[in-house]
Ligand binder design. Structure first.
Ligand SMILES: [Zn+2]
Length: 396
């Protein structure tokens, strides 16, 4: 996704209306059951503005009314909720080892999910496969009658901050791919927002946007899978994902943790990915690409070589967490990605390292909460759907 929030020329009334709509939707998302008066007080918008926008959102099926809420002394107001019955958001995650799709409501509830475990080959073949999966998904009775607000696609590599172009997915061998253009040729009848983002950015966005209740001030999501990356999101009604000049923000897999260490496929030596990534663990343990990593490791039981490799990978992950803590200082860290399925042999050394070192600067007075998502199969796809919702609220 290029941006969720693009500042426009001052005095653009149409844009102000869109900002108001986005703020009001964000308020209802965070405070389900809020009345028009509650929204006016939280957003600092006038009651007339809130009333007009809410009416339009009710008519479009984005909001629904609930019971009358008594107010101390004042007129009771109707509770407002996101309307989860009319629209659908689509998210697709092109992973190194398979394709994942979700269809979800405006509130982030997953209505359908699909996962095929065949590694992507070329962009063209992947687009054909994804288009076929999306057509089947849209015909499913669970969502067939819903209006589709759009599709978000995630990829395992940096995306240009200016155009929807995947710069490089080293684990797929894709370079400078305008994937949405390729996909559009095979999926001509899907209207609405189309966007492309890095999978860790999208996952971070989804964790923030669909957070139950009020999200933390900022979240960093670490995606530890075949490769390792991260995404950050911060802000309030308009969540922001810092992307950098070339879209490289969060590419922690290629930060150096071991100067002079093993060669990485990026060409440098001692990148974090040479210690903690699916490919590095496979290489260290002699597990073939077509084997299931989790099953192959389970089959080795209490093997010492496995223990050493996973402990070393876990500690490298802990170092990355600590480095992110000191460079970005997120209010919450989230660990996800398929390596979390390897369990405590990997996560415990990471969490212990982080726990032991995170407060050296703050004298042990504050702790950063860490959330581990053990099954993040659909986290990035759902995050891409969240990005569609955020963009639709501003543009639709
Ligand atoms: Zn590297």
């Amino acid at each position: 996704m290029v941006s969720t929030f693009a500042p426009q020329a001052a005095g653009d009334l149409n844009f102000l209306k869109k900002l108001n709509r986005s703020s009001i939707l964000a308020t209802v998302r965070r405070y389900p059951g809020a009345t028009r008066a509650d929204i006016a007080s939280r957003t600092q918008l006038t009651k007339a503005t809130v009333g007009g926008v809410v009416q339009a959102l009710l008519e479009r099926g984005w909001l629904r009314e609930g019971a009358l809420q008594p107010r101390g002394g004042g007129r009771p107001g109707r509770a407002l909720y996101l309307d989860d019955s009319h629209h659908v958001l689509l998210g697709a995650d092109i992973g190194v080892r398979g394709l994942r799709l979700v269809a979800c409501t405006l509130g982030g509830e997953v209505l359908l999910q699909r996962y095929v475990t065949e590694p992507p080959t070329t962009p063209e073949a992947t687009a054909v496969r994804l288009a076929a999966m999306l057509r089947i998904l849209r015909d499913d009775p669970a969502i067939a009658g819903r209006h589709c607000l759009g599709l978000g696609v995630t990829v395992p590599g940096p995306v240009s901050p200016v155009d929807p172009i995947l710069r490089l997915a080293p684990n797929l061998g894709w370079v400078d791919v305008a994937f949405l253009d390729v996909l559009r040729e095979h999926l001509t009848d899907l209207d609405g927002i189309w966007l492309l983002d890095n999978e860790a950015n999208a996952a971070a966005f989804g964790e923030f946007f669909f957070h139950d209740g009020i999200p933390p001030e900022s979240i960093v999501y670490i995606s530890a899978a075949s490769g390792i990356g991260s995404g950050m999101v911060t802000g309030d009604n308009f969540p922001l994902v810092p992307r950098g000049g070339q879209g490289l923000v969060g590419e922690i897999g290629h930060t150096i943790v071991q100067p002079g260490g093993l060669y990485c496929h990026c060409g440098n030596r001692g990148c974090a990915e040479t210690l903690v990534s699916g490919w590095a663990i496979r290489a260290a343990l002699g597990i073939a690409d077509d084997e299931n990593l989790e099953a192959a490791i389970m089959a080795r039981g209490e093997d010492t070589e496995v223990d050493v490799t996973l402990r070393r990978a876990g500690e490298a992950l802990g170092i990355l967490m600590l480095n992110l803590h000191h460079t970005l200082n997120p209010a919450t860290l989230v660990l996800g990605g398929s390596l979390m399925r390897l369990g405590e042999r990997l996560t415990q050394p990471a969490l212990s390292y982080f726990e032991a070192h995170q407060n050296d600067l703050l004298r042990g007075t504050q702790r950063v909460p860490v959330k581990v998502i053990h099954d993040s199969t659909f986290t990035a796809a759902r995050g891409a759907a969240a990005e569609v919702m955020a963009k639709a609220a501003l543009e639709a």
